[in-house]
Design a binder for this molecule. Structure first.
Ligand SMILES: [Zn+2]
Length: 320
């Protein structure tokens, strides 16, 4: 069976647009901002992402354009690789990358985005492709195709919360709950609010994620909480452990996105930005953004601390 790395090489060999975008991505500029000694945010200037960051998506997470993830609309060069353990999803090389290897994993059928119905798949794929981080962006927090179910996967080693795990955990996470196979932490002093889940089994991690999403929906009285979730999942092969980061969201875009003139920043934070890998498509934003502005951006889009605390307090009573 073709591995995802072989598939990636095959696609780049026959697809000039993708090859060019992967090459130009290597020239992206970056600089790091530190907030305390546990929280690093890497700013990246990547002009090719302008379409994604300013995509017109309505408040309900709808888009007004033909679906680009349906098989019959893929460019002629783009192939779809079958995946182990599922007939419902395929692997695609993402032609607009933010990682040295960047994939999209759409469902075969055109159906709206959802997290919980296919949550276990993220975990099984994290084991199959353990050089990648799997991630999900809800329709109201970063997905560019909320009308078509999909996950993404990108190279390990770049996103600060992944590549500096578990070092940042010492100061940036507080243990909430522990079971035989699973530990749940709340992020603390990391600019972003959310939870870190460490688990020896996929089943235990999925159970806790279902609880957190359910409690989030109750806390903010939202019937579609999955559309306001960013989730990252990866597998630590060395100690056979799953790690997940769950970010419930307040807003899709920060206030500065809607500002005028010099105050405006074109940004739509999604899982990658929540992980501390912060992409600005406009070089003026990348150059000018200050630590104070970045703090404000995360505060605008993340769930307030009081709501996080309320959900964390009810976690032990949850029955998924
Ligand atoms: Zn579609």
């Amino acid at each position: 069976m073709t591995t995802h790395q072989e598939f990636f090489r095959q696609q780049l060999a026959v697809w000039p647009l993708a090859r060019q975008n992967y090459e130009s991505q290597r020239l992206a500029r970056y600089r790091d901002l530190w907030f305390g000694d546990a929280c690093r945010i890497r700013l990246i200037c990547l002009p090719a992402r302008i379409g994604s960051s300013s995509a017109k998506i309505t408040a309900k997470g709808e888009v007004d354009r033909p679906c680009f993830l349906c098989a019959h609309r893929l460019p002629p060069e783009q192939q779809a690789l079958p995946l182990p353990g599922t007939d419902d999803f395929r692997l695609l090389v993402n032609p607009f990358p933010v990682f040295p290897q960047h994939y999209t994993i759409p469902s075969v059928a055109h159906r709206p985005q959802a997290l919980l119905s296919d949550l276990e798949l993220m975990f099984s794929l994290a084991v199959e492709m353990d050089d990648l981080v799997l991630f999900y962006n809800g329709g109201r927090c970063g997905a560019s195709a909320p009308d078509h179910q999909h996950f993404q996967a990108g190279s390990k080693g770049l996103m600060p919360l992944q590549c500096e795990y578990p070092a940042w955990k010492e100061k940036g996470a507080r243990l909430l709950m522990q079971t035989d196979s699973c530990r749940i932490y709340q992020l603390a002093g990391m600019l972003r609010t959310g939870w870190l889940i460490e688990s020896d089994t996929a089943a235990a991690a999925c159970r806790q994620i279902r609880c957190l999403v359910q409690l989030f929906g109750q806390q903010v009285t939202d019937e579609a909480p999955e559309s306001r979730i960013n989730l990252l999942v990866w597998f630590e092969s060395s100690d056979k452990r799953f790690v997940a980061l769950l970010f419930p969201r307040l807003q899709h875009r920060p206030a500065c996105f809607y500002a005028q003139g010099e105050q405006q920043r074109i940004t739509s934070p999604a899982s990658v930005e929540m992980s501390g890998y912060y992409i600005f498509p406009r070089s003026s934003d990348y150059e000018q953004v200050t630590p104070q502005e970045l703090t404000r951006i995360y505060a605008d889009v993340c769930l307030p601390q009081k709501d996080i605390d309320a959900i964390s307090g009810r976690l032990s009573q949850c029955q998924p």
